[in-house]
Design a protein around this ligand. Structure first.
Ligand SMILES: [Mg+2]
Length: 248
């Protein structure tokens, strides 16, 4: 079947979260906390460790999206000795994290290839989002980086859906949202397993956005498309569709 729709991952696919490191370091410095770490790498290492651990708890349904933010803050400040022994209250932790988000918000940016790709796809393909996150959070993020209009309400996030990628159900919910069969939909994301293989296992066309050119070190399934920039996306989809057109 022809591909008629494209679903996207957001973080590290459309949105450049690589700028996160600068935001974290700047916010810790603003808060007078950066000198509590041996160096910047140690600060980023702890930030990432806590983010990964507590975000996984959110994805597993153990914490709400706001709770994982508060837990990360509490543990971060406790580990560097910047909170009292009793730790931060929920309100204090939420306020600290909100300060970080406000700072981060001001520095958010899409990848330079994101908007041009969406613009060329928009006339020919139905576009949507399937993301492991909170829908409100991701909608605000897309709005801030100027990409929300390409998706409108066609956004499914794991918090509202109740299961996270690579669960088959969340990919199928994305197809239903577009009004298409899984075989008519491509899914584009930066994570080979969660995005590309997850989508493939749900019956979609999985496309791995391998920005770092890691494909030599990964055993890529033959049915997975590999691109290195979103500039290659439309050409890949059009080429695949023309292979499927009957010859006359
Ligand atoms: Mg991603």
């Amino acid at each position: 079947m022809l591909i008629r729709g494209v679903l996207f991952d957001i973080d590290d696919t459309l949105f450049d979260s690589g700028s996160e490191a600068d935001s974290v370091l700047a916010y810790l410095a603003m808060q007078g906390l950066l000198d509590r770490f041996p160096d910047s790498d140690a600060a980023l290492g702890l930030w990432r460790e806590l983010k990964e651990r507590h975000y996984d708890r959110f994805l597993n349904g153990e914490l709400t999206f706001a709770e994982q933010q508060r837990e990360r803050t509490r543990e971060l400040l406790a580990r560097i000795g910047a909170s009292t022994q009793a730790g931060l209250s929920g309100e204090e932790a939420a306020a600290w994290f909100a300060g970080y988000q406000a700072h981060r918000h001001a520095t958010r940016a899409p990848f330079p290839d994101a908007e041009p790709a969406l613009k060329t796809l928009e006339p020919d393909f139905r576009l949507g989002i399937v993301s492991n996150s909170s829908a409100d959070h991701q909608r605000r993020k897309l709005d801030t980086i100027g990409l929300l209009s390409y998706f409108g309400d066609r956004i499914i996030c794991s918090d509202q859906h109740g299961a996270a990628k690579p669960a088959v159900s969340i990919f199928l919910a994305g197809c239903t949202m577009l009004g298409l069969q899984p075989q008519e939909v491509a899914y584009v994301g930066d994570n080979f397993k969660t995005d590309a293989m997850g989508a493939h296992q749900a019956g979609l066309r999985g496309i791995w956005l391998d920005r770092a050119n890691d494909n030599a070190s990964v055993a890529v399934h033959a049915d997975i498309g590999v691109i290195h920039s979103l500039n290659e996306l439309k050409g890949t989809l059009v080429a695949q569709n023309s292979d499927l057109q009957p010859e006359y």
